[in-house]
Design a protein around this ligand. Sequence first.
Ligand code: TYM
Length: 332
Amino acid sequence: MFKDQKISYSGVQPSGNLTIGNYLGALKNFKDFARDYKCFYCVVDEHAITVRQVPADLRRRTYETLALYMACGLDPEKSTLYVQSHVREHAELAWVLDCFTMFGELSRMTQFKDKSAKHADNVNAGLFTYPVLMAADILLYQTDVVPVGIDQKQHVELTRDIAVRFNQLYPDTFTLPEPYIAKNVRKIMSLADPTKKMSKSDENVNAVVYILDDKDTIIRKFRRAVTDSDSEIRASEDKPGVSNLISIYGGFTGKSVEETEKEFAGLGYGEFKTAVGEACAAALAPVQQRFRDYMADKAQLEAQMKRGAEEASWYASRTLGKVRKKLGFVQL
Ligand code: TYM
């Protein structure tokens, strides 16, 4: 489909206010692919409804996520930015791939286990087949690389397994994708419980720093972050709180763990936490400013959504056409 160009694809659910985990693990890295890859970045609203959403909130966050993509440096002239539910091929290919995915494979997905425990009153079939829709997203665009946080690695590996299985029966249908996980920022953890992932759905707002939090809030949240009883600023497995802060500081400043340890040697946690908050607020300030500018022009955002959907549909329909033909569906 794109003979000489590599494809980068990723998505973010508009299911809550986006966190610095989403930013450092995913969004911030998207633009790094824009120069050498053809990029598709999607606001995955169909994934979001696997958990109950308030319609007005889902709608608002869909606009916000698109605005954040651009605020994080993605140029819609170069990258295709769009909303999943505007491109019907995603749901259609997901059904086809459902028939090539095993019950046992989906039962092993850790996100399914976590989410079904958390939403025990609503363990719907969509929550279970969620990774198949994600596989459809990725495979529709013949993707080479998927920049994600480490929590999504298992889903990308399943996508590959599904693609291999399909290609064995119907050769040369899908490109096999690879996950890309940022080296220093594998997983940002909760500030209240550093053994847990920082998550946009966390009910404790102090556990999470949102991309749109103001400077005072950011600094206050970092100052309250859980650390440990000694006072050494050093990354190690038995110091998950401090290790997490070192990783966040590195994510925002580009400094390695060793550089950070050296910079804060002999200083206390209080000073370190304030410095992490300052670095985070300084890095996010220009993103927040651009976000506000984009959000001020809704008509422009809608025009952007329309254009993105048209571009994405063009590519997606080519892959789906190929799949339909290979399966033996009658072409009219
Ligand atoms: P979502 O919406 O939960 O998160 C969006 C991206 O942010 C990353 N992320 C994190 N990275 C580091 N530390 C954290 N604490 C953290 N929290 C979230 C996620 O790994 C993700 O990259 N299933 C996906 C959305 C999706 C998708 C796709 C991604 C749907 N289709 C196709 C890639 C390709 C998800 O739930 O992301």
